[in-house]
Write a protein that binds this ligand. Structure first.
Ligand SMILES: *Cc1c(COP(=O)(O)O)cnc(C)c1O
Length: 395
């Protein structure tokens, strides 16, 4: 980026960062659907392959459309380098396999995306990389779980579905004191609402599938951080192992980044109104949303995030039967576990995303049978409330 671009604010970066026009002077970004690139001579090919000369080689690891997405997201997160991946899970895989080795340990938040837990326990576990789980909101527990073998601290904040927060600055301080990387899955907030690198984190993970796409079309992911770490081990793994993003998907995500600032503001505004309405509703026992003063970490949310975001959960009186009645009474909301979509989605965590846990584990995690998660979309808030009202009753 040149000097002027470095002064651009987030919304501007989302629209413009990373674009390098070709000689055709196209206004929008082209999609480079080519697997390989031609060299002007044998010497140039040799220089490209050796890394002496920068430039395109092969689309597993160099593609101009993908690179534009990487540069734009890196600029928005305030990172030196971004590596785009085939999915959010591929981003986590590339980070772990690119940076860790057998015998290393991870300390991770207990509340984590389900596939991340399986990746850590089953697949990293069989390679000899162990993960210890701790409560997200208790920095002392994180520090106590660190051993001389710990290399990485990993968290999502806010958590799904209870919107608990991890204190990124406090955890970064602990991580660095013990020579570890702090990795933050920033999927729920996006750089518009939370910039973990500025708070001291070393690596940001994204599932671009969620808010970055924003309309539920493509699967993709990204890793953002320093040139040394992300441009080193993470890129090295991606280049070799190949869980890369396709140029078409990169182009869709570029279009998503252009509208991300306005969409996140609209998601947040709708979620805030829905949370306040639910909190007043007599059929609702409790609402979990960082934008409510009743949230136990309301102050941290205001300090750490530029807005409470689009995801909330709430508990209805009457357990599973009442929760399912609310879900089954909706006509507009989509009953699906996906999130970050223009369409509002509704789900029953105890029997879907957290259904693999035993009843005791669910209880310990605070996932009650009456809990409902809503990822608030961009429909008119009055219509979202009307759709939920049917199953909640007049109250
Ligand atoms: C969806 C999700 C992932 C995984 O991303 P995919 O693109 O589905 O592979 C990781 N972390 C969080 C918090 C997610 O919501």
């Amino acid at each position: 980026m040149n000097e002027e671009q470095q002064s651009w604010r987030l919304a501007t970066l989302g629209v413009r960062a990373g674009q390098h026009r070709t000689g055709e002077r196209e206004h929008a970004e082209p999609i480079f659907t080519t697997s390989s690139y031609v060299f002007s001579s044998a010497a140039e090919a040799a220089a490209r392959f050796s890394g002496e000369q920068p430039g395109n080689i092969y689309s597993r690891f160099t593609n101009p459309t993908v690179r534009t997405f990487e540069e734009r997201l890196a600029a928005m997160e305030g990172g030196e380098r971004c590596v785009a991946t085939a999915s959010g899970m591929a981003a986590i895989l590339a980070t772990c396999l690119g940076l860790l080795q057998a015998g290393d340990e991870i300390v991770s938040s207990r509340s984590l995306f389900g596939s991340t837990v399986v990746l850590f326990n089953q697949y990293l576990g069989k390679l000899g990389i162990r993960t210890h789980y701790v409560p997200l909101a208790d920095p002392a527990a994180w520090e106590a779980a660190i051993t001389p073998r710990t290399r990485m601290l990993f968290l999502e904040t806010p958590s799904n579905p209870l919107t608990e927060l991890g204190d990124i600055a406090a955890l970064a301080e602990i991580a660095h004191r013990h020579g570890c990387w702090l990795v933050v899955d920033n999927c729920f907030c996006t750089p518009i609402l939370q910039r973990p690198l500025a708070l001291g984190a070393d690596i940001v993970i994204h599932s671009a599938t969620k808010y970055i796409d924003g309309q539920g079309r493509c699967v993709g992911g990204a890793v953002v951080g320093s040139e040394e770490v992300v441009g080193g081990g993470v890129y090295g793994f991606l280049r070799t192992a190949g869980p890369s993003m396709s140029p078409f998907n990169a182009w869709v995500f570029l279009k998503g980044l252009e509208t991300l600032a306005v969409r996140m503001a609209a998601h947040t505004q709708n979620a805030q109104r829905l949370a306040e309405w639910l909190e007043r509703h007599p059929a609702v026992a409790r609402v979990h949303y960082p934008g409510l003063p009743s949230h136990p970490q309301y102050d941290l949310a205001r300090r750490q995030q530029q807005g409470p975001g689009g995801i909330l959960s709430f508990e209805v009186h009457g357990g599973r039967e009442a929760a399912w009645r609310v879900i089954d009474s909706t006509r507009m909301l989509s009953i699906t576990a996906n999130l970050g979509d223009a369409r509002t989605t509704i789900t029953h965590p105890a029997t879907t995303t957290h259904g693999r846990l035993s009843p005791e584990e669910r209880e310990a995690a605070g996932i009650s049978e009456g809990l409902i998660r809503v990822a608030v979309g961009l429909e008119d808030i009055e219509d979202i409330q009307a759709d939920l009202s049917r199953g909640l009753g007049e109250g």
